[in-house]
Design a protein around this ligand. Sequence first.
Ligand SMILES: [Zn+2]
Ligand SMILES: [Zn+2]
Length: 557
Amino acid sequence: MSKPDELVFVPLGGVGEIGMNLALYGCGHGKTRQWLAVDMGVAFGKDDLPGVDAVLPDIGFLAAQKKNLAGIAITHAHEDHFGALFDFWPRLQAPVFMSPFAAGLLAAKQAGEPGAPKIPVTVVEQGGRVRAGPFEVEYVPVSHSIPECSSLAIRTPAGLVLHTGDWKLDPTPLIGRPTDEDRFAALGEEGVLALICDSTNAIRDGVSPSEADVAGVMEAMIAKAPHRVVVTTFASNVARLRTVAIAAQKAGREVVVVGRSIHRALAVAGELGYLDGLPPFHDQDAFSQFARNKVVALMTGSQGEPRAALARVAGGGHRAVKLAPGDKVIFSSRSIPGNERSVNAIINALVDRGMEIVTDRDALVHVSGHPRRDELRQMYEWTRPQILVPVHGEALHLHEQAKLGRAAGVPEVIETRNGGMVRLAPGPAERLKDVSSGRLYRDGKLLLDPETAGIADRRRMSFSGAVFVSIVMTARGEVEDDPQIALLGLPLTDGEGETFQTIVEDAVDEAVDNLPKKRRLDAGAVRDIVRRAVRSEIDAVWGKKPPTVVLVTYLEA
Ligand SMILES: [Zn+2]
Ligand SMILES: [Zn+2]
């Protein structure tokens, strides 16, 4: 008899952090083991990573298995789930599966990004199934904060795994299909070996409010607003865009769209029928034509993005949209961790200009798309998994869901992290040896290894600038001409009014003078002594040691 198939789960991203989700399922043995990748997302750069646009999982492990990669299944079109496809697909070249809405957004993104690879996509309707090697993948509808989000029921010769992706229980999601309770219960009947489950809100009690609750609040708020209303939200939250359009219509107002990503999402949503029955959306140039109490603007920039529409409106520099004191700006969103400071800067700028601000601290103008504790318990009840593996969360979220699962009676609960391979079958679930994992930085046109990306130097320079010194010597060790000095990001003068230019010049001269002639023929010795002297002089007057580069050149004899 042949050995029973082994089934393993390996997260390469998204487990131990929020963002850059990438999970692998492996079925079989050794070199012939077949792989299915679920999602391929990014996380966004933060203030401590200057110049980094996005953080991506390191797919070295997967790329080495490329010939055994049967497919890439995308659960939904949020950037933390599909934002790395353009970066990685050319290296992997496997079949890609996603919903019509996700495929539409991917095509729109591709059209807007010169050089983006054209990825052949197999479109899967919600409820549909596709086969990839030994995996049969069923797209089970769930509510979330974007249309057409699915959990994946993955059938393998070694058992059925349910990868929830992002989900919540919302019986009234306003567009698309709600979480398919009957289907989850039926999967429970069939027998779920393992539930790989969203942990984002595992520290929150109860049940998340519905998108319909937000609609009620928004309608009342827009109806009562005396002047203009601006609503900023995530472009892909089509239900929210729809809510705003309906609220505006009920209040006798026109809707103006400001920002490319909302236009893009509306174009894709419109093609799929999600905007049926809504009045037309106007372009930003129409904004100034409507009376102050007859307009609602839908605007990008809820995360404080400096180039998005809202930031320019807040600064008073938007070409088409000018606000006046008393106009209302509703943040129908939540700040993604790391963006709070930029969002607050925009809120403060708007307050300074006399706008009325509403955020989710003031009213129910936003709901999360992730399950709270009662919803998680409900999912365990429907699906009755043998094994629970919490994913999509920071350490605390993962651990809280693990405790919740144990308390709910799930027989085996396994906590893992990026790179931590878990055997799901056969036999009891077990954490095996880690595979190589890590992260990459997307920086301009490059994908960089954090070790060699130069970020530490950028951080140091952002703190204390940089000093460059060039010294030219004769072949006999005499200094030829004055050293050249360039300072970047240093203050002009010290506390006594002495310029840093002079301070550095003096330090260089003295250091070279003090060096015996013979030692001056050793470029390394000159470099070290000058560098040390410059840094210590600057430190004496400023209290900081900027990175210092010394170049030494010798003339031919
Ligand atoms: Zn999502
Ligand atoms: Zn997510």
